[in-house]
Design a protein around this ligand. Structure first.
Ligand SMILES: C[S@@+](CC[C@H](N)C(=O)[O-])C[C@H]1O[C@@H](n2cnc3c(N)ncnc32)[C@H](O)[C@@H]1O
Length: 245
């Protein structure tokens, strides 16, 4: 799977690139409301855990926390941080599709933050993804995910090339983002170039993604037996979340 390789390659730089990402706060605000409804010790899975910041935050709140991701590289970073934070988290290497084969646990709530479902391995995997996640949720369990508002992105043609500087641990980096947004139902690519400010050449990374419409998601959730209980899909917002049970 290409996403696995792509995230393996960027894993050491991911935290530098996501520094200052306001998606973090967006997620934490909604997640907090969901976590407050759970009994202490409830079982939680972040199925796109990335480099682990969200799961470490959840583990500190006394829940039984599991973290899965398709990328060994991202999991390696997450494990390292969990060890340093002394956070008790069980890590699982798994794609969303293969979760039922990779764990025999059932979860009270499953999170997929950070626009992760845009990185589906293919459109044909959308139904499979939600069906697999449904299988590892408890009967009344809840699924949370957030996604870029692709409708707005297409309408406003808003993914234009970006160039900026990031300072991380005293080192300045030059970063360039570009997107090849081919169209709905088509494999698209995002390109990230990064170099230390005093280097002459950039390291180049590419990421596959599929723009998913809210209607497509809604249909796939329904097919998997989910009912949407909350969402904030507004035409003017860049991101939205969906909570389904
Ligand atoms: C945009 S990152 C978000 C990471 C983290 N949730 C955050 O908010 O920083 C997407 C994550 O999804 C993972 N991923 C991509 N495709 C996946 C798949 N099919 N199954 C499970 N994880 C996948 C990637 O390895 C990556 O860690």
């Amino acid at each position: 799977m290409r996403s696995k390789k792509q995230y393996d390659e960027i894993s050491g730089l991911y935290d530098i690139l996501s520094k200052g990402d306001d998606g973090f706060l967006f997620f934490r605000n909604i997640a907090e409301q969901q976590l407050n409804k759970l009994p202490g010790g409830a079982r939680i899975l972040d199925c796109s855990c990335g480099t682990g910041d969200h799961v470490i935050w959840m583990a500190r709140q006394g829940f039984e926390v599991f973290a899965s991701d398709i990328s060994d590289g991202m999991l390696r970073q997450a494990r390292k941080k969990a060890n340093t934070a002394n956070a008790n988290i069980i890590f699982i290497r798994s794609s969303w599709e293969e979760l039922p084969e990779n764990t025999n646990k059932k979860f009270d709530i499953i999170f997929s933050p950070g626009n992760s479902f845009s990185h589906l391995s293919g459109f044909d995997m959308l139904d499979h993804t939600f069906k697999s996640i449904r299988k590892v949720l408890k009967k009344d369990g809840t699924l949370y995910f957030d996604l870029r508002n692709w409708e707005k992105t297409f309408e406003e043609n808003s993914l234009l090339p970006q160039k900026f500087e990031i300072k991380h641990e005293g080192i300045k980096y030059d970063v360039r983002y570009a997107w090849d947004l081919k169209g709905w139902n088509t494999l698209c690519e995002m390109f990230v170039d990064i170099r230390k400010h005093d280097e002459t050449t950039y390291r180049h990374y590419a990421f596959d993604f599929f723009p998913l419409s809210y209607i497509q998601l809604h249909d796939a959730l329904k097919k998997a037996g989910f009912k949407t209980i909350s969402r904030d899909f507004f035409p003017d917002d860049d991101y939205y979340y969906v909570i389904a049970t």
